[in-house]
Design a protein around this ligand. Structure first.
Ligand code: PGA
Length: 241
């Protein structure tokens, strides 16, 4: 795993932005795996600037988001559809039919979403997957557990994740209890993982990645240590410096 430690959040976002921009310039029809949450906001700001000021072209780019809540309307202010529209999609020239979210392939009858994996496969696979890390080491909504789903599937959110996300909702009760999440296999098949983490709250999970000696489903982020091309960009606070 390549590790880059930056001074602060702004520098973390800048370094990540340079990597994503370079990919899109080199491969205009790149397939990007995208994450939501506070972590990638600065990266998306970078990409919006690169588009608006330096002509970075998203017209042929395809995106697959990692996860989405279930039981929340797409248009809800806290849905990940809304998050992505507000932070990236409405500010760049990406085509709406090249944007994908896993809830769109959720099958309520058998409660799976494996059609999402097939869709990613048909698109040629994900060239670069942006990832944040949960305080508990989760990736997407793949929560610490004895077993993790390989394919995209429905998940029940852990109390700690619901509490962490409650800051975006009027009350904890309104945080959805279920989501559709890309599986660990889906994520690990991306050609390049770009993992971002900032702030003291991520120190414990980041320490496991920096240590690099153990892989465990009890900290799903550690599975990235098995990936042949993973880049970890963390600020000094998350790295414990
Ligand atoms: P955050 O969440 O970016 O809001 O810290 C990351 C995550 O939970 O995966």
């Amino acid at each position: 795993m390549q590790v880059i430690i930056t001074k602060d959040y702004a520098e973390m976002s800048h370094v990540a932005g340079v990597i994503v921009e370079a990919l899109v310039r080199q491969k205009p029809d790149a397939v990007l795996g995208l994450a939501t949450g506070s972590t990638p906001v600065g990266l998306y700001e970078y990409l919006v600037r690169a588009h608006q000021k330096h002509g970075l072209d998203f017209q042929q780019v395809t995106t697959f988001n990692l996860d989405e809540y279930l039981d929340l309307p797409k248009a809800h202010s806290q849905s990940y559809h809304t998050f992505m529209r507000e932070n990236l999609f409405s500010h760049v020239n990406i085509l709406p039919d090249r944007i994908h979210f896993p809830d769109e392939d959720y099958d309520a009858v058998d409660e799976t979403a494996e059609a999402y994996d097939a869709r990613i496969y048909r698109a040629g696979g994900i060239d670069l997957q942006v990832l944040g890390i949960g305080r508990n080491g989760h990736i997407a909504f793949d929560e610490p557990a004895e077993e993790l789903s390989f394919y995209t599937s429905t998940v029940t959110l852990t109390p700690s994740t619901r509490e962490a996300n409650a800051r975006f909702f009027p009350s904890l009760e309104e945080v959805p209890t279920r989501a559709v999440s890309s599986g660990m296999g889906t994520i690990m098949q991306a050609k390049h993982l770009l993992i971002l983490a900032n702030g003291e709250g991520k120190r414990e999970a980041v320490a496991r990645l920096l240590d690099g000696h153990r892989v465990t489903t009890l900290c799903p982020a550690t599975l990235a240590l098995l990936h042949p091309r993973a880049t970890l960009i963390v600020d000094e606070a998350a790295a414990g410096r």
